[in-house]
Design a protein around this ligand. Structure first.
Ligand code: SF4
Ligand code: SF4
Length: 109
């Protein structure tokens, strides 16, 4: 086989019908506002913790909604609950409340 110096990366396609969304359904009951998120990214752009860490609320919500919990949860440990994201969210989501509900639902210590 010829070595071109690069290779194909595995497909990142996911089958949503096969993802386990049990925790996300609990989160929706606890914090229905999570469904208002339109993934605009304003929260991530203004995030205090995002400057120094991987904290990205937009990405976190998206991953949780897809059942990709492992990838999503680590970043939430970095949140300082400063509330800046709440000030810029165009959907008026109480993001601090949402983040606390995520921590509770997924039992992050
Ligand atoms: S509350 Fe958390 S997610 Fe929102 S801006 Fe502050 S550190 Fe970032
Ligand atoms: S600012 Fe609000 S609507 Fe936009 S991605 Fe963040 S939580 Fe979702």
């Amino acid at each position: 086989m010829i070595d071109f110096g690069y290779g194909l990366t595995p497909s990142s396609a996911i089958d949503l019908d096969k993802m386990d969304r049990t925790h996300f359904e609990i989160l929706i009951r606890r914090e229905p506002d999570v469904l208002k998120c339109m993934a605009c990214g304003s929260c991530a752009a203004s995030c205090t913790a995002g400057v120094y860490t991987t904290m990205n609320l937009r990405k976190g919500i998206l991953l949780l909604s897809r059942g990709q919990e492992k990838s999503a949860l680590e970043q939430f440990r970095s949140c300082m609950l400063c509330g800046k994201c709440q000030l810029v969210c165009p959907r008026g989501i109480n993001t601090r409340n949402l983040i606390l509900s995520i921590l509770k639902t997924y039992s992050i210590q």
